[in-house]
Design a binder for this molecule. Sequence first.
Ligand code: GLP
Length: 242
Amino acid sequence: MEITVSRDPEQIAARGADIIAQHVADKPATVLGLATGSSPLRIYRELGERVAAGRLSLRECHAFLLDEYLDLPSGHPEAYRAVIERDFVRLVDIDPAHVHGPDCTTADPVAGCAAYEELIAARGGVDVQLLGVGGNGHIAFNEPGSPFASRTREMMLTEQTRLDNARFFGDDVDAVPQRCLTQGVGTILEARHLLLIATGEHKAQAVRALVEGPVSDACPVTALQQHPHVTVLLDDAAASLL
Ligand code: GLP
């Protein structure tokens, strides 16, 4: 696990964008794993600036989202598909048809999850997976207790995660869905390179668990200790308990 700590958020974003750009330089049809939440936003903006400046092209890339809410009305601006369109797709030159997420519109979510796994496999798997981490150590929406072998499936969100994400829903926790579809921990571990970004003191416990903690499904992010190629980008506050 390679860990970089930086005081400057722009430096973190530049390092993250460098890593993605290197993958794309090596393989123009890189398969990207995209995360939502605030952690990757500066990286997406930095990638957008590089594309606008003609220094990078994601035209041949494909991308897969980690997770999606269930039960949101269609067209809701906080559906992760809408978020990723706004915060990533429109900033870069990736073909929107190349961007995939778990299908929450299907009447049969179990079949939809299996189809999503097949779609990722058919693309040859994810080359570089961006990840944030929840304050409770969740990755994607794999809440504590998620088995490391878990695959894409329906999950219930914990009250803590719904409270954390209420800021995206006008601070109204009741507006945050209770259910979601998420790639499993096992699905995520199959990506060839994991790139985790964590900033802020509220992530310090989860980061300590990631780096030093016992490997346990009580804290899903500790599964990354079992992965051969992990890069962690932290600010001082997130690294404060190391
Ligand atoms: C959500 C997402 C996760 C994300 C986490 C942290 O629950 N499903 O993928 O990593 O929030 O979000 P943030 O980066 O905003 O702290």
